[in-house]
Design a protein around this ligand. Structure first.
Ligand code: SF4
Length: 306
């Protein structure tokens, strides 16, 4: 039997779908015009922390004795983080940020990793009433960075952690954000993960969740509602992004353009002096893409834009 496939312009990802929902213009710049991407400190830190958590579960634990495990793991986690932070430093320095900002991110990342470790060790401690450390460790050890793909819905993504405990499967995304609530954006991301898992295994995972590293885990059961939401949004994006025309991807002007300590990576293209022609892309037919006179006269989100 031929599988029905939703035809789109490209294979999407949870991140591209959410970009489209946030701001169509941003989607255009990133996925159609393919403008060079710019890093920011939140992304660089997030990447370093994710790498640490991926590597943490591969450490050698056969020699750990008795109750020394917390100190041993803590040391390993710090070693791993320092290694990945040094790798990240080259990119961080290019951002030309005050040293205090970089230091704050270093310290808060270690806090997040410590929180994660504390919660993990509490679980081990509980299990070690009946299991050895090694048995408890492998019980809680997730599969990391698992690639999933839905041919039918033309979407691909990597799940940070897949856990199976006593036959119950849960999919996890690590977040280094300050917030600790499952927003609509995260709900959709988790729904897409669950949908891709279903396509691969023929059953829903039992749970999906976000591990907010600063705060703790928030978990949701997987039901038809979360799966159908993912399907609807995927169909919507595939049918909406067939055009290559700049004008078909309007701006969504709001707090995601500029905020206290940063701005959207395409702010200059939207409101500044940078034009698409500087990337060798033809000028848009309309005057969109530059801030209009009405907006120029205003303070935009508290920041004077002209
Ligand atoms: S600056 Fe605002 S309008 Fe422009 S791409 Fe970014 S989010 Fe969209």
């Amino acid at each position: 039997m031929t599988k029905e496939v939703i035809k789109g312009r490209r294979i999407e990802s949870p991140s591209s779908v959410n970009t489209f929902l946030q701001c169509k213009r941003k989607y255009y710049y990133r996925y159609i015009a393919k403008l060079p991407t710019k890093s920011n400190i939140a992304q660089i830190r997030g990447k370093a922390v994710h790498s640490v958590l991926e590597n943490f579960f591969t450490i050698e634990i056969s020699d750990i004795k008795g109750n020394e495990f917390y100190d041993y793991f803590r040391l390993k986690l710090i070693e791993l983080f320092n290694k990945h932070w040094v790798i990240a430093l080259g990119e961080l320095m290019k951002l030309d940020l005050p040293k205090t900002t970089i230091k704050e991110h270093y310290i808060s990342s270690l806090d997040m990793l410590n929180n994660f470790l504390y919660r993990f060790c509490e679980r081990l401690d509980k299990d070690m009433k009946t299991l050895t450390l090694q048995e408890a460790f492998s019980r809680w050890k997730p599969e990391a960075e698992i690639k999933y793909y839905s041919e039918k819905y033309q979407v691909l993504g990597f799940v940070d952690a897949v856990r199976e405990i006593d036959g119950e499967v849960s999919l996890w995304d690590y977040k280094t954000s300050r917030q600790d609530k499952i927003s609509d954006e995260y709900y959709l991301q988790l729904g897409i993960y669950a949908l891709m898992y279903y396509e691969k295994h023929g059953r829903y995972p039992d749970k999906v969740g976000v591990d907010f590293l600063l705060h703790g885990e928030r978990v949701l059961p997987v039901d038809d509602k979360i799966i159908n939401n993912a399907k609807e949004q995927l169909i919507k994006i595939h049918t909406s992004v067939v055009s290559n025309e700049f004008k078909d991807y309007p701006q969504t002007i709001g707090p995601l353009c500029k905020w206290g300590t940063g701005q959207c990576e395409y702010y200059e293209e939207c409101f500044g002096q940078k034009k698409l022609s500087s990337y060798g892309i033809g000028s848009p037919a309309s005057s969109e893409g530059r801030i209009d006179d009405t907006i120029k006269k205003k303070d935009l989100f508290g920041i004077r834009v002209n």
